[in-house]
Design a protein around this ligand. Structure first.
Ligand code: FES
Length: 107
């Protein structure tokens, strides 16, 4: 099972198991990670599921789609090269364990 480590803005880490095929956003919501708001439920319409993927994991991820890339322009916290929308990141065995840093704001 894929383990996802959520790092809160203050540095606190929470490690949770992701159901296969679930998104990082769904995994966060299911486990009470409040920093992920996910207002649109994963429809790529809100950018309130913004995360910063750990640099060590960045190269293993598929690149964002054009629609995700466009929506990343609407994040509340600054966009960086590590920015992704967690509703678009699926937990799969191929992906392996993942660490994401939570932004301090989603609005
Ligand atoms: S949950 Fe709305 S864009 Fe990801």
């Amino acid at each position: 099972m894929t383990k996802i480590t959520f790092v809160r803005p203050g540095g606190e880490r929470e490690i949770v198991n992701a159901e296969p095929g679930h998104s990082v956003m769904e995994t966060a919501v299911d486990n009470g990670i409040d920093e992920i708001v996910a207002e649109c439920g994963g429809c790529l319409a809100c950018a309130t599921c913004h995360v910063y993927v750990d640099e060590a994991d960045l190269d293993r991820l598929p690149p964002p789609s054009a629609a995700e890339d466009a929506m990343l322009e609407a994040t509340a916290a600054p966009r960086t090269l590590c920015s992704r929308l967690s509703c678009q990141l699926k937990a799969t065995p191929e992906l392996g364990d993942l660490t994401v840093h939570l932004p301090s704001e989603q609005y």
